[in-house]
Design a protein around this ligand. Sequence first.
Ligand code: NAP
Length: 251
Amino acid sequence: MLPLTKVPTTEPAADALKNQTVLITGAGDGLGKAAALQAAALGATCVLLGKTVKKLESTFDAIVAAGGAEPAIYPLNLTGANWGDLAEVAQTLDTHFGRLDVLCLAAAHFKTFTRMEDIEPKDWLESLQVNLTASFALTRHCLPLLRAAPRGRVLYVTDIGGRVAKPFQGAYGISKTALEVMAAQWAQEGGAGSTLRFHTFDPGPMRTATRLKGYPGEVLEQTEPPQAAARALMRVLISDAPSSAWSARAG
Ligand SMILES: NC(=O)c1ccc[n+]([C@@H]2O[C@H](COP(=O)([O-])OP(=O)(O)OC[C@H]3O[C@@H](n4cnc5c(N)ncnc54)[C@H](OP(=O)(O)O)[C@@H]3O)[C@@H](O)[C@H]2O)c1
């Protein structure tokens, strides 16, 4: 795994992502939605990929209402997506844009914290499929498009809670740890000697649907909504630093 680094402090210029194509998974809710809104505000054309069409439409409407470039909606349930479905995502991007500037993988499958011996096979398979395998396949299929961009960026949204083995992290924690190892491998192989970067980004605790599943008793006001983490994510995207493991957590 890459060593943890605090996110950069340099704010993006108002048009930092102008004419850039940004694919965001999990763009219908939480961090993915907040990141899509902010990327569009910085000039990007966003491709909003996610499971629930209504939520993607809500992100679409919010971007257009804010004066951003009209995004594209790509409904896809990553749980059932096979290699060919994920290749089709890249083919569609190629047809419409010819390149991909940012691949931001924010979608996550998380059911609940649980003991290893209680993990249901379905939860195990879906956690690894959505959080790891789909992220791998999308990176692999989009690689030529990312290389066609002047400074391609892949950003894997992770959760450093799983970095150290702890009880109850379950399949989610294992998938996120594997994601970080995978990102480091991509960085070593695909990032060397090029402008392409493979970052991981840990947003820290955010008040989202996923958080509520893991911490149902948490007082909602104690965690921030995802906007601040999305702003940190933008600072990572515009940075020219080498591929890194960024964390938005304080301290
Ligand atoms: N919230 C936190 O405290 C926290 C802390 C550390 C890391 N993170 C990470 O931050 C990222 C964003 O999470 P969040 O907290 O913003 O959660 P969220 O609001 O629940 O968003 C998760 C997104 O993933 C999408 N998704 C889930 N399963 C999918 C599938 N099978 N196919 C396609 N899309 C799917 C969801 O779509 P639907 O809504 O349509 O199901 C939703 O848009 C995740 O990678 C998470 O691990 C979160």
